[in-house]
Ligand binder design. Sequence first.
Ligand code: TRP
Length: 671
Amino acid sequence: MATPTPSQSLALILLRASLSRSLGFSPVRSTLSDVISAPPTSCSFGAPLIMPNGVLKLSVNLGKKTAANPSGECLAHVTTSSDFRAQLLSLVQSNLDNLVASDLPVTNRRCTRREYEAVNGLALGMNGGTIRTAKKKKKKPKKDEDGNVIPEPPYDAGDDVLYVTRVDGVAYGVGMSPSAGRTGAAGRITVATGEKDSQVTVGRYIEVVVKVQCEVQDGEGGEVEEGIEGGGWETEVDGSMGVGGEVLMRKEVEEIAEKVEEMEVKEVKGEMVVNPWDVSGKIDYNKLVEQFGSVRIDEAMLERLLATVKKIGKVTELHPWIRRGIFFSHRDLSRILDLVDAGKPFYLYTGRGPSSAAMHLGHLVPFMMTAWLQRAFDVPLVVQMTDDEKFIWKGEYKDGDDNLDYFRGLTRENARDIISCGFIKEKTFIFSDCDYVGSMYPNIVRIWKSVTYATAQAMFGFNKHNIGQPAFPAIQAAPSFPSSFPVVLGQGRDSEMACLIPCAIDQDPYFRMTRDVAHKMVPRTHPLGGKPALFHSKFFPPLQGASGKMSSSDDNSAIFLTDSPSQIKQKIMGHAFSGGHETAKEQKEKGADLDADVSYQWLRFFLEDDEKLELIGKDYGSGSGEYWATGMVKKELIAILQDMVAKHQERRKEVTDEVVDEWMAVRKLDF
Ligand code: TRP
């Protein structure tokens, strides 16, 4: 992330103070275990993010319901009610306004991380260019027999320069750059109140996200004094935020929460949420298969798949993601294999919602798998680009125009990345919904007619934002039927061609609906009754931790296909969540938690060599051998990703506008 400007640094510490004050918490303590062990005096702030347009995003974690904390202390009763959200945001805004209007002096001190930790008896974790406190007592550095300090993985950052910023009695923060010298310097700090900007979410954790923008973006920094003087920081701030404005105390928060309990949207159970718009919580894939009613890929299926592709003869072994259970669930895959055995045709269908020009590694997973399937089975493929979907959900009308064309442009940008995944050109058709919808329209109308509003509402839970949302699922369903491609696949209403859809499992609800109406879309003789078969993948975990999926709106949660080798290195070193232990001694005793370790999990995706992967897992998991610590594992991953992304960039360079036109041309595919 970018280093904050002085105004942004200021805005961030004021926001921190205002937000915690509004919630009735002290901004001083900062770790989740503090929150759980000592509610309600504390809350846990995530690393702030600076978005490219200067918007600042800060999230605060209010704890979770745990066995140790069964009553769900720490605002566990807070709901996602818009009432609560609106009250909280307006309070934060007025607290910020007060702080700015008071124009209080701000002091900056410069010291090293080591000095800071020595004075405060705390260790700081580095995250996103800002500093996060971690509840850990300062430990003596480990030394080897010769008395040399052994660096702790991933690196020893004791020499890092920190800025300690303070507004006496009001706010306190530690960051990578100094703040402006007075609280008035950033001008008005405006809280973004849009539903997508600032959110109160109740999932596994209860999280509040607030975005702000400051009026003055890059004012001067204040004076900086050297050294961290004696005296802990707790005494300076704790409980004495005299000028912060109104406080919404915990009791009041609970009262509001009680009032709105009936209007509650999501229950506080820390449960996982998986649907096309939201993936959060700790994902339990077994439970998901059970809930969705799909079928787990088992040994027998693996054997049959292998035998089938070997017989076709284009590949000699299964893709590592199939062997490793990353593609883990299916619907009717055995029926597809039956068809292959019987010499009958099928086609592949997958897609992408082009929501940003920057695609990341997670986006490539279904496409890389699809490219392998296409090669292994030697079949045609259609790729739907849902520019309509993204516009319906994320589009805007502003200053006399909307941005539908922006999403149509993204279709072409993203198509270049997709093409670079290695599909067979003569057998692949990529289409934008906006351009191609005409040919699919008769099927779309049939699907609209077949699904009741109540069914769609129950399946997708639309929030009645606009009438495009409930209409859209039919558009994602339509390519599942061969007659949507009269020219491309040369199929009519009497077609018996089957369809197989590789996708991440969050897309499954669309295709459950599709399968329900499928019999109306094909002749009675269709081998699968028209139902598309599915091949589901797990999610590619974000850098920060192995639950949920990566997001392109959070810069540091992903490796983008445009990242340079040094960016890749910096992101992995600085942000990849480690399942290893803090000290070398502990790591050697206990070994790493491989499930939680993002670098190891990413290696399961991208390290092809099974034996090496097993060795790394064994070493790292036990804290011994060549790969005993996080640093070595990260190094391995960095090299693989740098190579992979660089090769992708090379291939993408070859994909000119004309080449995109060729792949997107309506033409009979060759199969
Ligand atoms: N809705 C998907 C997304 O937002 C895009 C998509 C359309 C898709 N058709 C698909 C994904 C078929 C998988 C399979 O990314």
